[in-house]
Design a protein around this ligand. Structure first.
Ligand code: ARE
Length: 613
């Protein structure tokens, strides 16, 4: 029953391999093709594109197919290998197949806690405030919404930009108040968007890496929060924004707010070499040309020391203060050796600390600044944010077909080292994307892209009903998939909205969508209680049209997850005689001789325990 579209060629072992592995390739062309010779050619990309050619031996027949086999020794190589096959006939006819990717990684021990359990992403300014803050004396010309339920400021300024200077005042004490709620949801890791002092409400332009933003609380509050989280069996992951600082910061000090002598104030500033000035002090490199985020020079020794290399580096100090891991902002724009340094420092400080990278594409093939990146080749990022999964889920529930989901996700599984696949941060949406409920409910058709329209857009009751059905199914899929099911704050409460700032509205305490909260709580319990979902392998049992189903198995337990993205009921034969116990969701099971037939209601998903034998 295993889904395999590649039965005419395969390699063992499946997928990415640790260096030192012998990989065995098999080709199975039809006899009628009359091929008499096959050659494997392998290009070792990070060895200067060195090419190795080796003959594949004819090793017999398998029904009406010829079998050719050959083995490749990966030796001490780490990187991508692009392999292709040349098939030849006696009459000179030939056929080329490939190139295909083989990922060869450096084996390393990756702590499993992150990928096994549920993660909850908190955008700190918008989660809960323990009091209405007074912004007087704080950096960045902030103003505070008195009314928690207001929309964030969305009107662009004269530059046409959203300045993100309005705060609601969500704080760490607020999060602490809700730890029991989060624990009850099944949360095992809290991922915080940046919490260090910064002038904008998203805090991505760090002003002071030594200090929790005073509107959020004190450094002690942070450690207390970590203690409280740990007491409940939860861990804490921070957002490490190391590719740029704030224009307003102790380091750049563009507006002179800080007493420090910043890079833009004196050529002799100790921070000046941190930045790349094109023409000092007014012209400098910045992240994606955004002047408020001056880019740093990651090869500057004092900056490296400060961020990771020193005993007291930012990376180490905040782990010491209670954090358990880092999510690296724009990981794909940081040099590999910088990422490796962070990884090393994190592990040196806490042996089970984790580093998750922000990469939007397939992280095994990501190229930045013309260089293939080593993110998941070992010793860099332990896992990545899994936007490919989000895209695949969205596409599937918008009618894209189960085939596409399977092929997209099998590609990721094949390209990633298992530890990276199982440590992925899997989200349906983040602070950088529209809310999942809005996307699923609105069906992807937005005629009007203006901010004004977006500010006032709400799903109609009909759209919302459909959106909620789809969200329930999409979340079930997420919680059954390998990698950490990550919930963006408020998705579980039915929050809507497009991109920034509409996807960053305040949590609707007291106005939550109870049905959704209950559903997510059930999913959290499901994930927590079943080893098969925490660490089991994955096998697809269906992937056609509106139907998608797979099993996860571990520790003698098998769970089946089945989803129907269509508007009518979908039936599926399991193809093996097993008894099914429903765990969550509704589906009709018709036990048959050959195995049960499942009928899944429209726009829904269900999970079952599969009884062996
Ligand atoms: C805000 C507004 C923008 C506005 C800008 C300037 O949202 O609309 O243009 O201000 O006024 C943070 C804030 C953002 C803020 C930005 C700049 O959260 O709200 O923008 O700072 O002030 C790419 C990067 C990826 C990056 C996303 C946003 O590759 O690394 O773009 N994500 C991180 C964080 C962000 C953060 C920053 C980086 C900067 O998660 O929150 O922004 O520190 C494709 C590509 C991706 C691309 C993605 C989205 O799929 O493959 O590479 O991600 O689209 O654009």
């Amino acid at each position: 029953p295993i889904y395999n579209s590649r039965d005419s060629r395969y390699k063992t072992p499946y997928g990415a391999v640790p260096s030192g592995t012998q990989v065995r390739f098999t080709l199975r062309p039809g006899r009628v093709e009359g091929f008499s010779r096959a050659t494997l050619s392998a290009r070792f990309e990070s060895r200067g594109d060195q090419i190795e050619s080796l003959p594949m031996l004819w090793s017999g027949l398998e029904l009406d197919r010829d079998l050719f086999q050959g083995s490749l020794d990966t030796g001490d190589y780490v990187g991508l290998v692009w392999y292709s096959f040349l098939l030849e006939r006696l009459d000179g006819g030939r056929q080329e197949l490939g190139p295909y990717q083989l990922t060869v990684y450096q084996a390393e021990e990756v702590p499993s806690w992150f990928g096994e359990g549920m993660t909850y992403q908190i955008f700190p300014d918008r989660f809960l405030r323990s009091r209405v803050p007074d912004p007087a004396g704080m950096v960045g010309g902030r103003w505070v919404h008195q009314d928690w339920e207001e929309l964030p400021e969305w009107r662009p300024d004269q530059r046409g930009e959203i300045r993100n200077r309005d705060f609601f005042g969500g704080d760490l004490l607020g999060v602490m108040e809700k730890l029991d709620y989060l624990k009850g949801l099944g949360v095992e890791t809290l991922y915080f968007n940046p919490i260090f002092e910064a002038s904008e409400n998203h805090r991505y332009g760090t002003a002071d890496y030594d200090k929790i933003d005073p509107m959020l609380g004190s450094n002690q509050d942070f450690s207390r929060l970590c203690d409280e989280a740990h007491r409940r069996g939860m861990r804490v992951m921070l957002d490490g924004v190391f590719n740029h600082t704030g224009y307003v910061s102790r380091y750049f000090n563009g507006d002179g707010f800080y007493p420090d002598v910043g890079a833009s104030q004196s050529w002799d500033s100790p921070y000046r070499p941190w930045f790349n000035f094109i023409q000092w002090p007014k012209k400098y490199e910045s992240w994606w040309g955004i002047y408020s985020l001056p880019a740093v020079n990651e090869s500057c020794p004092s900056y490296r020391d400060f961020i990771f290399a020193g005993e007291n580096s930012v990376v180490r100090r905040w782990l010491r203060a209670g954090a358990d891991g880092w999510r690296l902002d724009v990981a794909d724009e940081l040099p590999d050796d910088f990422v490796a340094g962070i990884h090393q420092a994190a592990r040196a400080e806490k042996p089970d600390a984790l580093v998750i990278g922000e990469v939007w594409e397939d992280g095994s093939t990501k190229v930045a600044y013309g260089v293939r990146r080593k993110h998941i080749l070992g010793g860099h990022c332990d896992g990545l944010m899994n936007y490919p999964l989000r895209n695949a889920i969205l596409a599937f529930f918008r009618g894209g077909g189960g085939e596409h989901f399977v092929s997209a996700m099998e590609t990721i599984r094949e390209n990633y080292p298992p530890s990276a696949f199982y440590s992925a941060m899997n989200s349906l949406g983040t602070h950088d994307t529209p809310r999942i409920l809005t996307l699923l409910g609105a069906g992807g058709e937005y005629r009007d892209q203006s901010r004004d329209w977006r500010a006032h857009f709400r799903l109609s009751p009909k759209q919302r009903r459909r959106g909620k059905d789809l969200l329930r199914a999409a979340a079930l899929l997420l919680f059954c998939f390998p990698g950490s099911p990550t919930v963006y704050y408020g998705d579980e409460a039915g929050m809507e909205g497009f991109e920034d700032p509409f996807n960053r509205q305040t949590y609707p305490w007291g106005r939550e969508d109870r049905e959704l909260v209950d559903w997510f709580r059930a999913l959290g319990a499901l994930r927590r209680d079943h080893p098969a979902l925490r660490r089991g392998d994955i096998r697809y049992v269906a992937g056609q049209g509106p139907l998608l189903a797979f099993t996860r198995s571990a520790a003698g337990e098998t769970i089946l997850c089945a989803c129907n993205a269509g508007d009518g009921p979908a039936a599926m034969e399991l193809g093996f005689p097993r008894e099914l116990t429903p765990l969550l969701g509704r589906a009709h099971v018709d036990p048959g001789e050959e195995g049960p037939t499942l009928t899944i209601p429209p726009l829904s998903g269900a999970a079952f325990l599969v009884h062996e034998g």
